[in-house]
Design a protein around this ligand. Sequence first.
Ligand code: KDO
Length: 333
Amino acid sequence: MNAFTPRILFASLVSLLLAFLPPQAVAQSKTLLRISTPAVPQDWHAKMWNVFKESLDAGAPGEFEVQIYLNSSLFKQAAEPAALARGNLELSTVSAADLSRQVPYFSVFTAGYVLRDVPHQQKVFNGPIGEEGFKQVSERMGIKVLATAYLGTRQLVLREPRNIKTPADLKGIKLRMPASKEWLFLGESLGATATPLSFGEVYMGLKTGTIDAQDNPLPTVRAARFYEVSKQVVLTGHLVDALFIAISQKTWDSLKPAQQMKVQQAAQAAARFNNDNRLQEEKQILDFLKQQGLSINTPDINAFRQQVNSAYKASDIAKSWPAGLLERIQAVH
Ligand code: KDO
């Protein structure tokens, strides 16, 4: 035993105690809100969390300590919902695929060519359809959805250019998708060979050629610098993608009503910031990608839509959709 041992022991004991205390107790007067996301710093859905923090600091000064963890540095991609449910994490964004395992209602939103465009997406999620789904999420998953952020419209991006007009032209292409049944089915429905990989590994996958392609909204292609290791964009526009800003139900229930209101407002401000900037960027991004040397391929969207629709119709995935939900979504104008 050397002279430092007791001090080290004491420090370890303190960290151990802190780890077992509820987050609220750590900062006595302040409620700790930790945010975990796979988003890279330059992406709008990373930057929106600064807006969340600023809004909360201004609306409820001294009441919250907001800590933002980007690049999946706190929880792995897709591990966030379970962490939120257990109260091990306070805030994150969750995708429709993340929700659909426990709430099949959301599975329909993982399908290609269901949501037409951004106004359609926002109307659906901010109206009775969204309300009904989010209620199920809070009851079954212990997660409260605070706002819907537009992640962008997903396009295919290839490391080597090909002439892609119809789904048949994607045959044999190793298309990276996030690792879940719903995402992989979407990739297969487009005609490609879907390969699961986490977001953090996509850049290297493209660089080394372990994958031929990936799909993401184009602002993310810029933010994560995927354009450096890609040569072609194929404008399939197959998914008008959303991320739901979500808080652990345990955290939410521990807040006073006035604090809940401030948190809700901060989440809405963050979503607005993300949505406005992303939409603006999507309008100009093809110029940027062309300047980076990528070619832009416009495929036969109807051929993709038809193939994707019939693949879903015949699938087990669609069997889990509540009767009439797809038609209700389509009827929103
Ligand atoms: C991705 O892994 O392709 C994806 O776009 C899926 C989304 O649901 C979301 O997890 C997103 O990555 C991350 O936030 C990183 O941008």
